[in-house]
Design a protein around this ligand. Structure first.
Ligand code: ASP
Ligand code: MG
Length: 390
């Protein structure tokens, strides 16, 4: 059975980081790893920024803004690869640059196609990082092959926020990956990207590489999905606030989801949905401390009575209190109240109620004035901004 190892942008930021990834993958070859990788850190932002420049009509300036992106890939390749692999990668890099330049021209000329063209441009971050990483693994005698994720993850055509089509992706992913794994070769895939049934490049939304990893893990029935990042798993508290915070060894999926929601930025619950549905454990590991066990997130986690596993917090929260004697013994009050939030498409986070009052917290308060005006028809409204949830 295979495992999935996903490396984020900081884990492939430069030659030293990529070399480190090779060191982490090497001893795992016996576990049949499938490697999923993000773009080098900052590259997705730079590519997006280039499309913003191209939108002004200046495709040339958009392309020159990417000079540093190409230089970083070139520098890493020169440091880590020797010929003929180096030569080969540099050719791929310059052909990618040509394609990006053409896509940016189109971007400037065809406003109606912009979302699709943005995906095409942005996808090169992951295409290049996965191509480079596969070459580096081979250079280090780890048999590896870059597999184009767009042949595996088939999506709808919601460009920039595409959703995978499961049955198509399942067949494709198995057809593409299983023979490679069986040959003892490590498949290396870029995260975040996919393609429509017609073959147009799509992306799954920012930070989508974790989702790709969970999805691939679910589609090939992996025994574990490892998310390699630059922190030591999920911590008992935010280390910027509590310097001696410790790694939590085990968490259940739902505990991890609650923590993620309230500030622990390690794993977004939506991204590991495919793992949850298939009960595949997700391990969060630190690429700077490869030997450490990290945090294992799985279907169940032991509970220890009278202990707290973690403390998370979130700031910038707005608290609204509505007090009304009309609530006493009445029905329909809460429905009327929540319908107001519904109408203004505003999510409510935490709710407490007493006999005559309701307090709730909001994260996103842009519709606040309109909401408060309507709430005032139900009772006395008290708004406190700049609060926190602990
Ligand atoms: N490179 C993409 C982004 O920066 C996807 C990812 O890193 O997960 O959003
Ligand atoms: Mg990420």
């Amino acid at each position: 059975m295979a495992i999935v190892m996903k490396f984020g942008g900081t884990s492939v930021a430069d030659a030293a980081a990529i070399e480190n990834v090779a060191r982490i993958v090497a001893p795992e070859q016996k576990s049949a790893p499938v490697v999923v990788v993000s773009a080098m850190s900052g590259v997705t932002d730079s590519l997006l920024n280039a499309t913003t420049i191209a939108a002004t009509g200046d495709a040339q300036r958009a392309f020159t803004s990417l000079e540093n992106v190409f230089k970083r890939h070139e520098a890493a390749a020169r440091e880590l690869l020797s010929d003929p692999r180096r030569e080969e990668f540099l050719k791929q890099l310059s052909s990618a640059a040509d394609q990006i330049s053409r896509e940016l021209e189109l971007f400037a000329q065809k406003p109606s196609e912009r979302k699709a063209l943005q995906d095409a441009v942005v996808s090169f971050g992951e295409i290049l990082s996965s191509t480079l990483l596969a070459a580096v693994l081979n250079e280090r005698d780890i048999k590896a092959r870059q597999v184009d994720t767009r042949r595996c993850i088939i999506t709808d055509d919601e460009h920039t926020a595409a959703s995978p089509l499961l049955s198509e992706s399942s067949t494709q992913t198995q057809n593409e990956l299983l023979p490679v794994i069986e040959d003892g070769i490590v498949p290396v895939l870029g995260g975040f990207i996919g393609a429509t049934t017609k073959g147009r490049t799509t992306t799954l939304g920012r930070g989508g590489s974790d989702y790709t990893a969970a999805l691939i893990g679910a589609l090939i029935g992996a025994s574990e999905i490892q998310i390699w990042t630059d922190v030591s798993g999920v911590l008992t508290a935010d280390p910027r606030v509590v310097p001696h915070a410790q790694t939590i060894e085990r968490l259940s999926y739902s505990e991890a989801a609650e923590l993620a929601y309230f500030g622990a930025k390690v794993l977004h619950p939506k991204t590991i949905q495919p793992a949850i549905e298939n009960s595949i454990p997700v391990r969060i590991c630190n690429s700077r401390v490869p030997g450490a066990p990290g945090t294992l997130v799985g279907p169940e986690a032991e509970t220890s009575p009278r202990t707290i596993k973690a403390i998370a917090h979130k700031t910038g929260v707005t608290v609204i209190q509505i007090t009304s004697a009309r609530m006493l013994g009445a029905y329909g009050f809460l429905r009327a109240l929540f319908e107001i939030f519904d109408r203004h498409r505003t999510a409510v986070d935490v709710v407490t109620t007493s006999e005559v009052s309701v307090s709730l917290s909001l994260d996103e308060a842009s519709a606040l004035p309109a909401i408060v005006a309507e709430l005032e028809q139900l009772g006395t409204v008290n708004v406190k901004k700049g609060q926190a949830i602990i």
